[in-house]
Design a protein around this ligand. Structure first.
Ligand code: COA
Length: 365
């Protein structure tokens, strides 16, 4: 043991580990701003392409177009070699890694690389989703924006405009959220002067963990288990009595209503196809908030982004096991913007650890 009295915060909680001009996450007041613009306004008036450009360059473009890029042959060969049982997050991480190997990226990362990897990832995920079903991948239509291009590569049909718009809104809401675990992982990797594909592959690995990116498909599972709104109260009371958590509620940072949940609820309401499912979700939310307030009177537990993310993703027809990887597609804009920001004022991220092991000793004879 060494005598080290420096401040230590497990999990780096509360530690300022860097500076960013990208997102302001104001948990106490339930506000989220990207470069100063409120998330609700960005969802209402912007597109994912505009929001991504804003994050990368700092400028709000009057118009922006970001289409899905084709999957290079080298990457398709890797995706074909994966077993169909591979989790979509693992497939996406592998595809990004193979893409980086083929591209041989350098340092520092550039805005064009950020655009390229963000445009490539939806095509790679759609290609894998088709391959595991025994279908051939479809080349992206360069005229379609990212969300529409992703949906049409999944189904092989022209996307429903309302679905494309709803998914675009979901991508905006998921694009960026400060120094979360996956973003921090990306910044650590870039800080070593490693390349952008390595940073994004590492970020996907961090997002894969159930403490970070796994909740929306569990929201769907819980709603299915409840069955009907009438059954929901008994189901949730029993779950809380067993010490289980209600998925889609509570947040480490937000104490007020998560502004992303509010924005996505409006999007979900615009989806005619999800009307019945949404009606149940709205009733479940009301009951859940009432029960959680009774269950934890001293703690504010509000609806989080995952609850209405599940409603939107279900409404646009995505299978629940693609939800986490679709979240990863959204976060590409944020990860790559952080990589650019880190590289622009780089300092190797290398914290210290408090040593709690043995003092010096001799090997046994
Ligand atoms: N359902 C039931 N109880 C909950 C709860 C939920 N969704 N969220 C928090 N609580 C309870 C905890 O059981 C804990 O009770 P305890 O002190 O008796 O053990 C208390 O509230 C504090 O929980 P804690 O995990 O310390 O709070 P946190 O702020 O660190 O938790 C989450 C944040 C997101 C991990 C937590 O709210 C959660 O697990 N939510 C469900 C999963 C989810 O929706 N995740 C997506 C996040 S975007």
């Amino acid at each position: 043991m060494t005598d080290d009295s420096r401040a230590y915060s497990p999990g780096l909680e509360g530690v300022l580990a860097g500076e960013t001009a990208l997102a302001m996450v104001d948990g106490a007041n339930g506000r989220l701003l990207y470069r100063g613009y409120p998330i609700a306004e960005l969802v209402e008036r912007g597109t994912y392409a505009q929001v991504a450009e804003l994050l990368w360059t700092g400028e709000w473009p009057v118009e922006a177009h970001l289409a899905c890029a084709p999957v290079p042959d080298e990457v398709l060969a890797v995706l074909r070699a994966l077993p169909p049982t591979t989790s979509p997050m693992d497939a996406l991480r592998t595809a990004v890694s193979a893409w980086g190997a083929a591209r041989r990226l350098g340092w520092p990362p550039t805005v064009n690389e950020a655009r390229a990897i963000t445009a490539f990832a939806p095509s790679a995920l759609a290609a894998f989703a088709r391959l595991r079903d025994g279908l051939e991948p479809i080349r992206p239509d360069p005229g379609l924006p990212l969300a529409a291009g992703f949906l049409s590569q999944l189904t092989g049909a022209p996307p429903d405009p309302a679905h494309a718009r709803a998914l675009d809104a979901y991508l905006i809401v998921g694009a960026e959220h400060g120094f979360n675990a996956s973003t921090f992982a990306a910044r650590v990797i870039v800080s070593t002067r490693s390349d952008l594909a390595s940073a994004v592959a590492g970020a996907i690995g961090a997002l894969k963990g159930p403490l970070h990116g796994g909740a929306p498909s569990e929201v769907v599972n819980q709603l299915h288990e409840m069955g009907t709104a009438e059954e929901a109260e008994r189901w949730m009371r029993d779950a809380l009595a067993r010490g289980e958590r209600l998925m889609g509620f509570g947040h480490r940072v937000y104490r007020a209503y998560d502004p992303r949940a509010a924005a996505l609820r409006r999007v979900a309401e615009s989806l005619a196809g999800s009307a019945e499912w949404l009606g149940m979700a709205v009733q479940v939310e009301e009951i859940a908030l009432r029960l959680l307030a009774e269950h934890k009177p001293d703690r504010v537990i509000q609806t989080n982004v995952e609850f209405y993310a599940a409603a939107v993703l279900q409404g646009v027809g995505l299978p629940p096991d693609l939800f986490p990887a679709t979240f990863a597609l959204a976060r590409h804009a944020g990860w790559t913007a952080h990589a650019l920001e880190q590289a622009a004022a780089n300092r190797l991220i290398r914290p210290d650890a408090r040593y709690v092991g043995h003092g010096p000793r001799r090997l046994p004879v």
